[in-house]
Design a protein. Structure first.
Ligand code: CMC
Length: 441
């Protein structure tokens, strides 16, 4: 095993870090990423010193090296494979961005056509899966159904558990990216007791999703271009965000050798939480609560600052962005353009603007560098498009899926990947003896 003092990372380490523990000193290599981010490589810390690090919430811990997404939270920069997120505002389809993330480069025309053809071919679910939908209560949360049914895919596609090469991986990626749409739409239709609408091979990704969700057997939903563009952009802006909670979950599950379906299903569960993807639902319920007159925006902000209240200003704050979230800025612009066109004067948009104004000038939020995040405006847009609130986080999941897949594959292809297995500092009972029941007080 290389020694922490050794130069096993010398080629990437322009510097070294010294740790002083009592009388002893230890040197650790400092590694640098392509955007000059620096990390102290402590891979041999425990072997050398007998100590581990403690970093609750992993705010200072790099879990891997990754070439997929770059974020500079202080400068509000987000890039996919080097391309600034702002450049996706007008041009590509979500599927092209998905391929960019997954392949590691912009696809050629043929690659994009082949992948799109796969998405069309794989959109149908095995009829056996329909019976599984029937087993869920109508009231089942769509995120629970989504996770369960993605895991179910691994029962129907056992041939895709072991992936031999990039070609097999791309087919599997296309299966999941296509089928998640059908599953999402069926989950929604099931919750409403509506007949399932099958995918239409003539429709592109976004229109096909809305068709399966919103068409009726006697009436085909027609997706206005403004809606297609908005949803396309929402998916693109959610497509990856480096080592966030759900992506780290996908990587952690994948590190055990679990297949892509199982790993992604776990990612859906992590995303569901209100501090992560579930925040878009919470934002809307916050806005509705204020609209119903229970609280004014000023009172809500006051409550969010009160540490005893357990209330947070939902859609505000981010672990990484400490200046602005570029995704939130782009979505705020879309909301301003789209919502008046689709819904006229939306009082919730007015309340969101008011909350933002109050928070951005309030010392509590300014000092803690809390700004609107991607979830602050996405719910208002989704609502205007006609997506019900309980499907908001499902929409986030559809958008984030290419990122999860790209990370799973990157890890899978990285030589020397080890099973993810953090340590802990034990704080429980020291050695004690088992007491038979009759001897217990
Ligand atoms: N409202 C009020 N106070 C807040 C908020 C908020 N939204 N966010 C953070 N704070 C306070 C927090 O109480 C703490 O104060 P103090 O230093 O006095 O104890 C300080 O700001 C730092 O907060 P933290 O919880 O240590 O920050 P974190 O990096 O662990 O959490 C976060 C990040 C996004 C979970 C958090 O800001 C939050 O809960 N925001 C609301 C939920 C939300 O919008 N989540 C979506 C995140 S973006 C999309 C995604 O990742 O899914």
């Amino acid at each position: 095993m290389p020694n922490a003092n050794s130069d096993h990372n010398a080629q990437t380490a322009p510097d070294q870090a010294t740790l002083i523990l009592g009388e002893r000193q230890f040197q650790f290599p400092v590694i640098e990423g392509s955007e000059q981010e620096r990390a102290i490589d402590i891979s041999y810390l425990r072997a050398e010193t007998g100590h581990i690090t403690l970093d609750q919430g992993y705010g200072n811990t790099g879990s891997c090296q990754s070439a997929i997404t770059f974020i500079d939270g202080d400068r509000g920069i987000l890039r996919y494979r080097g391309i600034p997120i702002e450049q996706f505002a007008d041009y590509p389809h979500f599927t092209e961005v998905a391929l960019l993330l997954i392949l590691g480069r912009l696809p050629s025309e043929t690659e994009l056509e082949d992948f799109s053809a796969d998405l069309t071919r794989y959109a149908f679910l095995d009829e056996g899966m329909k019976h599984q939908f029937e087993g869920f209560p109508r009231s089942a949360p769509p995120m629970a159904i989504l996770s369960a049914m993605i895991n179910s895919l691994s029962c129907f596609h056992t041939e895709l558990h072991e992936l031999e090469d990039e070609r097999e991986f791309l087919h599997t990626a296309a299966h999941i990216i296509s089928k998640i749409r059908t599953i999402a739409a069926f989950a929604f239709r099931h919750s409403r007791g509506l007949p399932y609408i099958y995918p239409d091979p003539a429709l592109r990704y976004v229109q096909n999703l809305l068709h399966m969700m919103l068409s009726q057997p006697y009436h085909q939903h027609v997706c206005p271009d403004i809606v297609r563009k908005a949803l396309n952009l929402i998916f693109i802006l959610h497509a990856d965000h480096e080592q966030n909670c759900s992506t780290s979950t996908v990587r952690m599950v994948g590190s055990s050798g679990a297949n892509l379906f199982a790993s992604v299903a776990a990612g859906v569960c992590a995303l569901w939480g209100p501090l992560h993807g579930g925040a878009n639902v919470e934002v809307l319920s916050m806005l509705e609560q204020i609209h119903e007159g229970n609280l004014t925006p000023e009172e809500y902000v006051k409550l969010a600052k009160d540490k005893n209240s357990k209330v947070r200003l939902m859609g505000f704050g981010h672990r990484v962005y400490k200046n602005f979230d570029p995704r939130a800025q782009m979505l705020a612009k879309v909301a301003e353009e789209l919502v008046p066109k689709l819904s006229g004067d939306d009082p919730l948009l007015e309340i969101a603007r008011r909350l933002e104004d109050i928070a951005l000038t309030d010392s509590y939020f300014v000092e803690r560098q809390l700004y609107p995040n991607v979830d602050f405006y996405s719910g208002i847009i989704l609502r205007a498009i006609g997506i019900p609130t309980n499907m908001f986080t499902v929409m986030f999941a559809i958008g984030r899926l290419p990122g999860w897949i790209a990370h799973w594959w990157e890890q899978n292809q990285t030589a020397g990947t080890r099973i993810a297995r953090p340590r802990q500092i034990y704080t429980g009972e020291t050695r004690t003896d088992y007491l038979p029941m009759e001897d217990r007080a």
